[in-house]
Design a protein around this ligand. Structure first.
Ligand code: IPM
Ligand code: MG
Length: 367
């Protein structure tokens, strides 16, 4: 098995280093190869997703990705901006199904911005369609308006679109995922206004006929945003388009205490996966050694479980994360009075120690 390691920019390099450290202590047989991506690749090769990086990602069995982006690239033409690297990987590798689990660890219920009782035991799975919608729809661009409220004025436009097979395949993914959980899917749309999302709703309903054992609920995105902070535990699997999924997954992340806790996995039709934290490159704290590496470490666990077929190794990582949280270790994003503030490396070291049995006398044994 070969894992492509793409740390990227900002805190990306710091958090991926910790995840690699954790992978290496597990005694598994795999090969890794590291490549530049995002702003780092632009600096070195003049492109955020150089051919060599894309080829590595193509040839690898799994990809561990950090984060890309920095404000200093905001003035570059769009095709050269760091974000194009992750968008390009999703598109070129056909990674259409994005799993963003929002799990509130019992040790972190008080770190959430919501009342502890609202988030205690929270375990929802956002399934975001990742290669369609307004993110990739053509045409898009700038032009001089020929109609509308201000003909003759400069305007910009994007295209929201979904084809039937694109909606069908993500709907199947969601219903199948729900069968392994509590058999409930909430499909989030904006069918009351948008043609694309009336179509989304119709197609999801049609696919649902093949899953009579799964309950399907439709919800408008504005209401979903509200329900997520009102009664988040009422959700189980949420399936939605690229744009709404981007927004709702950040919102759901915060319920768990910190976006620094949220892993994610993006799959192609053969279950090849790209694993990355749900958060970004956080240039404001980059290089300071304070970023939370747990989302990336947990993404590595997802990689072991879903692509590398090493569920026990994944369990060991997840148990180790719980052990270090139980011991009160917190990076700055999670810190509160009475807990011990640690940096990125210390947190990674603690997880490694917990896996290898050298952490506060606790051993996370092989199961
Ligand atoms: C995410 C990010 C990306 C997105 C950006 C970096 C392009 O916000 O993975 O959620 O919008 O999809
Ligand atoms: Mg996002």
């Amino acid at each position: 098995m070969k894992i492509a390691i793409l740390p990227g920019d900002g805190i990306g390099t710091e958090i991926v280093a910790e995840a690699v450290k954790v992978l290496n202590v597990l005694d598994l047989k795999f090969e890794t190869e590291t490549a530049l991506v995002g702003g780092a690749a632009y600096e070195a090769h003049g492109h955020p997703l150089p051919e060599s990086t894309l080829n590595l990602a193509r040839s690898a069995d799994a990809i561990l990705f950090g984060a890309v982006g920095d404000w200093k690239y905001d003035k570059l033409e769009r095709a050269l901006r760091p974000e194009q690297a992750i968008l390009g990987l999703r598109k070129h590798l056909g990674l259409f199904a994005n799993f963003r689990p929002a799990l509130c660890y019992e040790q972190l219920t008080s770190a959430s911005s919501l009342k502890p009782e609202l988030v205690a035991g929270l375990d929802i799975l956002i399934i975001r369609e990742l290669t369609g919608d307004i993110y990739f729809g053509q045409p898009r661009g700038r032009r001089i308006a020929v109609d509308g409220h201000f003909p003759g004025a400069e305007e910009a436009f994007d295209t929201m679109r979904y084809s039937k097979p694109e909606i069908e395949r993500i709907a199947h993914v969601a219903f199948q995922a729900a069968r392994k959980r509590s058999k409930k899917v909430t499909s989030v749309d904006k069918a009351n206004v948008l043609e694309t999302f009336q179509f989304w709703k119709d197609v999801v309903t049609e696919v649902h006929a093949q899953y009579p054992d799964v309950e399907l609920q439709h919800m408008y995105v504005d209401n979903a945003a509200m329900q997520l902070v009102k009664a988040p535990k009422a959700f189980d699997v949420v399936v939605t388009g690229n744009m709404f999924g981007d927004i709702l997954s950040d919102e759901a992340a915060m319920l768990t205490g910190s976006i620094g806790m949220l892993p994610s996995a993006s799959f192609d039709k053969n279950n090849k996966g790209l694993y990355e934290p749900s958060h970004g490159s956080a240039p404001d704290i980059a290089g300071k050694g304070v970023a939370n590496p747990l989302a990336t470490i947990l993404s590595a666990a997802m990689m072991l479980r879903f692509t590398l077929d090493q569920p026990q190794a994944a369990d060991r990582i997840e148990s180790a994360v719980k052990a270090v949280l139980s011991a009160g270790l917190r990076t700055a994003d999670l810190w509160s009075e009475g807990t011990k503030k640690v940096g990125t490396r210390e947190m990674g070291d603690a997880v490694v120690a917990a896996i290898s049995g050298n952490f506060a006398g606790k051993t996370i044994t092989k199961t």
